[in-house]
Write a protein that binds this ligand. Sequence first.
Ligand SMILES: CC(=O)SCCNC(=O)CCNC(=O)[C@H](O)C(C)(C)COP(=O)(O)OP(=O)(O)OC[C@H]1O[C@@H](n2cnc3c(N)ncnc32)[C@H](O)[C@@H]1OP(=O)(O)O
Length: 167
Amino acid sequence: MEQPLPTAAAEAAAGGGDGDGEAYRIRPLELADISRGFLGLLNQLSPSPPLTEDAFRARFEELAALGADHLVLVAEDAATGRLAAAGAVLVERKFIRRCGRVGHVEDVVVDAAARGRGLGERVVRRLVEHARGRGCYKVILNCTPELTGFYAKCGFVEKNVQMGLYF
Ligand SMILES: CC(=O)SCCNC(=O)CCNC(=O)[C@H](O)C(C)(C)COP(=O)(O)OP(=O)(O)OC[C@H]1O[C@@H](n2cnc3c(N)ncnc32)[C@H](O)[C@@H]1OP(=O)(O)O
């Protein structure tokens, strides 16, 4: 039987599945989410060629091996079972700051039809809580200038600049 990423238990302990009768249930990514619209969601973030089921499974298992240091959350529409949002957080383990940990929020996306209802903020706040629960002293992310207002609503402040080198 298919299992969710092993991060599920840690995530649940840190505030876990909503289970409160809300329209969207936020939970860790599962293998079966490939047929619940997960890839279509990611495509709204960054258009890319279709991923095969084998490639998805291989990456899912790779991430599962990282345990609670890598969490992908999705928001499932309780009425339809389709995914309406997703986001990820990666816990970096440092030597500095007394071997401190830093959370990196990545790949946050809400389906175009579900935007503007607070779902994006809910997902980000849950990712942040996971990082806090893993002992991170800060959470950081990169975004375009147009999105700073959204992340400010999620509690983030602008700090430094992003630089990139693409291959
Ligand atoms: C680290 C990264 O992943 S960066 C990539 C982010 N993802 C994308 O750009 C993909 C395309 N965009 C989306 O998926 C969505 O528009 C998101 C994720 C940016 C926002 O999701 P939504 O569910 O629509 O946002 P949500 O409804 O939770 O908004 C929360 C608050 O932020 C505000 N907000 C939302 N988007 C923006 C914006 N672009 N600029 C300023 N404020 C915004 C909302 O008005 C709301 O404020 P309120 O509480 O005063 O009403």
